[in-house]
Design a protein around this ligand. Structure first.
Ligand code: HEC
Ligand code: HEC
Ligand code: HEC
Ligand code: HEC
Ligand code: HEC
Length: 185
């Protein structure tokens, strides 16, 4: 007799546990999806841009060279940003009716520069030039991380003084580049 009153209670409890664990699993799966699609640092942690340009697509899959778009990186302080016309070399013919490509045309026609949101900052008192680094054979990824895998560029390394000095102090065969005045003027 006592068995009979216990069994149903057990199954109610088992049922409640099953429901609770199914609910928990659903929450975890949903969280996982949200994390990997919207938050994952590997895909899209950077700021939203006026046109959702993807380095993962253009560099990772289409293998366009960094220098095609950032064309002053070997010769100047700044790497340079591509004007809309440069995008239109291809997009005149590739998906020309895509809404974002029409937006590109709008920028090109009006002559307005695309207000790309900056990701990497240095204060004005710091003296930095891409040219010195690219001609010395330093790779983009050493400072910027795996840009070719990013849908939205994010800051892989905070480019603080310690980051600059760490690398400089490892450059044995080169001339002294730890002097304060090399980086501050
Ligand atoms: C060398 C050629 C080339 C250049 C230069 C180029 N793209 Fe693309 N772009 C492509 C190709 C190829 C695709 C994929 C088209 C497709 O989905 O069929 C694409 C796709 C896109 C898409 C659509 C992505 C999507 O998710 O649907 C956007 C937006 C875009 N490009 C923006 C740009 C911008 C902005 C520039 C300039 C900074 C640029 N592209 C420069 C070749 C190029
Ligand atoms: C087809 C053109 C194109 C190519 C190729 C390209 N980029 Fe870019 N890059 C852009 C555009 C447009 C932006 C601004 C929007 C953005 O951040 O996605 C940008 C932004 C960046 C930024 C962020 C700049 C900031 O504000 O701090 C970095 C870093 C960068 N690119 C590095 C690279 C590297 C490294 C490569 C090669 C591995 C590369 N890019 C190839 C067009 C390009
Ligand atoms: C030694 C570190 C280092 C290397 C190597 C490096 N960058 Fe940069 N990059 C920086 C810093 C620091 C800034 C921010 C500069 C500023 O705000 O004045 C920057 C800014 C940028 C920007 C934003 C705006 C501009 O015009 O400068 C782009 C684009 C960029 N880098 C692309 C590249 C590409 C492409 C390569 C490789 C060909 C590369 N960088 C190699 C440190 C580096
Ligand atoms: C990944 C390594 C690396 C990082 C990170 C790095 N540098 Fe450099 N830097 C170099 C190399 C290599 C040279 C070239 C040295 C040579 O010409 O012998 C150089 C040269 C320089 C020079 C020229 C100095 C001279 O006397 O020729 C300056 C200025 C400079 N870097 C500033 C910076 C600043 C500012 C940062 C941080 C935002 C930085 N560097 C980050 C590797 C690096
Ligand atoms: C290899 C380049 C490099 C060298 C060498 C260097 N600095 Fe810097 N320093 C930087 C950069 C880049 C910043 C800006 C980023 C930051 O705030 O960390 C900076 C920032 C600073 C700041 C401001 C920090 C803050 O919190 O705002 C001071 C002060 C400073 N440096 C002093 C020095 C002195 C003193 C020396 C010599 C002993 C020196 N630096 C050598 C690159 C360098």
């Amino acid at each position: 007799m006592s068995e009979m009153s216990v069994t149903p209670r057990r199954s109610v409890k088992a049922h409640a546990i099953a429901v609770a664990s199914a609910a928990l699993t659903t929450v975890l799966v949903a969280f996982g999806i949200i994390y990997f699609y919207f938050v994952s640092p590997a895909a899209s942690a950077g700021p939203a841009q006026p046109i959702p340009f993807s380095h993962r697509l253009h560099v990772g899959i289409k293998e366009i060279d960094c220098r095609f778009c950032h064309n002053t990186v070997e010769v100047g302080r700044n790497a340079g940003m591509p004007p809309a016309e440069k995008c239109l070399y291809c997009h005149q013919h590739i998906i020309p009716q895509h809404p974002w490509i029409r937006e590109l045309h709008r920028f090109a026609d009006s002559g307005e520069t695309i207000p790309w949101v900056k990701v990497t900052y240095l204060p004005d008192h710091a003296n930095f030039s891409h040219q010195q680094h690219i001609t010395a054979g330093v790779n983009c990824a050493d400072c910027h991380g795996p840009v070719e895998a990013m849908d939205r560029v994010y800051e892989e390394n905070r480019l603080l003084m310690g980051f600059c000095v760490d690398c400089h102090s490892q450059q044995e065969s080169r001339h002294a580049i730890l002097d304060c005045l090399n980086c501050h003027q």
